[in-house]
Write a protein that binds this ligand. Structure first.
Ligand code: CU
Length: 165
């Protein structure tokens, strides 16, 4: 009985460790612009450089934080982003965008000419769609999770099989 309890305990322990790892791997919140926040930047490439200095993964969040007269609007294409097309829908402050899938998302400020002055950012999860980067793609979190759950089921089945043997 003591041996069986020990094995069940081991199974639970492994389950908790794997669950913690899954949560820990998908919980980064990035503040757009870091200490500058979301404002008219000192130069038009500021947010492009900020974004390219980060590696975003599915499950991460980006936080737009600002004071004063700004907003966040999400446009649906690179063309709209480049032309600062106002989608007519803006979001209050602060704004947190959840990155739920691979691809690029385009955010701009629609106040006055802030977008033209560089207050816009592209957040890309997975392989960049608009650069020629040859960096190897990050492993997919979903396949990592599937693998982890596969391990859990294998371990638990072994424990159960042992228990009933
Ligand atoms: Cu603005």
């Amino acid at each position: 009985m003591a041996k069986q309890m020990g094995l069940m305990g081991l199974g639970c322990f492994i389950f908790m460790m794997v669950a913690l790892q899954i949560n820990g791997a998908s919980a980064t919140t990035y503040v757009v612009g870091d200490s500058l926040g979301w404002t008219v930047p000192p130069n038009t490439s500021f947010y492009t450089e900020w974004s390219s200095s980060k590696t975003f993964h599915i499950g991460d969040k980006v936080l737009f934080n600002w004071t004063g007269n700004h907003n966040v609007a999400e446009v649906s294409s690179l063309a709209e982003y480049e032309n600062c097309v106002n989608p007519g829908i803006v979001i209050g402050s602060p704004v947190t965008a959840n990155l739920l899938e691979n691809g690029s998302r385009f955010f701009i400020c629609t106040v006055d000419d802030h977008c033209e002055a560089g207050q816009k950012v592209i957040i890309t999860v997975g392989s960049p769609t608009n650069t020629s980067s040859t960096a190897s793609p990050a492993p997919s979190p979903s396949s990592a999770s599937s693998l982890s759950f596969g391990v859990i089921f294998t371990v638990l089945s072994s424990v159960v099989a042992y228990f009933f043997a």
